[in-house]
Design a binder for this molecule. Sequence first.
Ligand code: CP
Length: 371
Amino acid sequence: MNEETPLPPPEEAERASIEPPEDSKAIRPEPGDLFERNAVDLNVLRELEGENILVAGQFSFEQVCELCKLAAMLEKLEIWPYHPLDGKIFVTAFFEASTRTRTSFESAILRLDGKVISIADGRTTGQAKGESLADIGEMFNGYADCVIMRHTDTDSTDQILQNLRIPLINAGNGSGEHPTQALADWFALLKWKPELALPPVDKSNKLNLGILGTPGSMRAVKSFLLMALLFHEHIDKVTVISEMADPFGEEVTEELRKGGIDYEVSNDVREHLPELDIIYMNSIAFLGDSYKNMDSRFKLDSSSPIKESAVILHPLARLDELDTSLDKTPHNLYFSQAHGAVFIRQALLMSVLGRLNALPQMMDLNQNPSD
Ligand code: CP
């Protein structure tokens, strides 16, 4: 019998293409800072094996932190020689437009040697002939190992899950949630401030989080805010700047109340900007059956009174609320947020598909090198 030669430890990856251009001061935090003093605990991530990923609130603090630490390793090291998703097939079923989510998922899969059946436009499926999502789900059971779905209907995840028996990853369901976007958001923030993954040492040094948008109608904003509840020990206050008097909706209000986060609603962006450490913004909402541009009077550009050390996150696509004059400033964490999505999605897919054992031994805190 042939003894397989173990692969050498992974090499450091060169990812020059996701560095900001030379004339830019945009931030691209060093991923190593997130895991080098605080190793990844893969046992926490094994809890996700076989799970559907539907909402931000299903993750524990430990799971988010360990996913982010593993993602930082995947960003730093060249893992493709270990072929972690070899033999796995993913359907990316997008019944609503996307630039980032579908392509970053597909990039994540292909770079780990998985295979993709890509449905970039739901109108090419039987849905155009009136086929139900429940029936489409029954078919996918036979064709793939995991489904990544975006849909305009908030209850689309319930519909497909009537028959789907392989893991479903919600890539955005109407005005519902976008949990893997929230993971990408917090991955960017944890790389920027790795101490967020640890209990706070100095409680006087908490962060002010500002949201320019309407969590009740914008799924990315909602999932970001719900995941923020896990980091409440690091957050002094959440200020939501929205054109709506009650921007949360019932579900988010209840979660905020339970989470014990101090929050305020305002419609005066200039009053609050100078005190915010993190600014999360979005303007596109899916309302009824089409996209709407909400909160469009809250615009930021390089002359806005933003705190010098503050960072801006935006799930993108942007309209004119986030001016391109901010792109080359140190406030720009949003391009790092978008690029990092590949690695956090890789960490999630390997966890859900049960492929963490494919990682080299030096990446597993719980594995003794002599095992
Ligand atoms: N952030 C996000 O969901 O972008 P896409 O709509 O381009 O997928």
